[in-house]
Design a binder for this molecule. Structure first.
Ligand code: NAG
Length: 209
């Protein structure tokens, strides 16, 4: 009799231990990853809050964007009036994932200032490089004018900071490549008058100067 009772007791112990092990396995297998997941999404949100706080005080400056040239390539002209710059173009199949710039995504990414490149190919040197550069600058200036409530053309760091405080994207012009000035200081000065605030020395070609 004693042996049968002992056997029953040890069986119920075995069941209890088995249940405890199962509970542990469930906690480790499901509970822990879930808790970690919650923690990491909280972490992500906390990080985003920090990023937003930093970028609200300090403008993030993107030094190079080929929008103007891409517009020309995509449309065959610098036509802007029916260009849907204020919708998320990544969601529109006719623009596709390779089209990277629109106002929605610039704002979502908290871009404080954008240097818009006036890029023309090296092949245009000694031909129509100056004209093409002027046309790129024209696109940038018209874009800023069209979305005046959300973008502003600026020409100095203090104007840039003021635009950022006003909650609009500061827009600047950068000339991409020294071939754009046609070896003329007058053209360089004129680009500066039009708002250009940097010029890279070259893209991939030698210049006479
Ligand atoms: C997608 O873009 C094209 C070209 O700009 C435009 O004609 C069309 O209406 C857009 N589609 C949607 C759903 O917005």
């Amino acid at each position: 009799l004693a042996t049968v009772a002992d056997r029953k007791a040890s069986r119920s112990w075995a069941v209890t231990v088995g249940l405890i092990l199962l509970a542990c396995a469930l906690i480790a297998g499901i509970g822990l990853p879930l808790a970690l997941e919650l923690r990491s999404s909280n972490l992500l949100e906390a990080r985003l809050r920090v990023v937003k706080k930093i970028l609200s005080k300090t403008p993030l400056i993107d030094g190079h964007n080929n929008f103007a040239w891409n517009l020309r390539k995509q449309r065959g002209s610098a036509r802007l009036h029916d260009f849907p710059f204020d919708v998320d173009l990544s969601k529109n199949a006719s623009w596709g994932p390779s089209w990277q710039t629109d106002l929605i995504r610039l704002e979502r990414g908290i871009v404080g200032a954008q240097f818009w490149s006036a890029y023309v190919p090296c092949e245009a040197q000694f031909l129509d490089a100056v004209k093409l550069t002027l046309e790129q600058i024209d696109v940038v200036r018209r874009l800023a004018a069209k979305y005046a409530g959300r973008m502003r053309l600026v020409a100095s760091s203090s104007e840039l900071e003021q635009a950022h405080r006003d909650g609009v994207i500061a827009s600047l012009v950068g000339i991409e490549g020294g071939h754009s000035i046609g070896a003329s200081m007058a053209v360089l000065r004129s680009f500066h008058h039009l708002g250009a605030r940097y010029m890279t020395l070259t893209h991939k070609c030698n210049t006479p100067w």
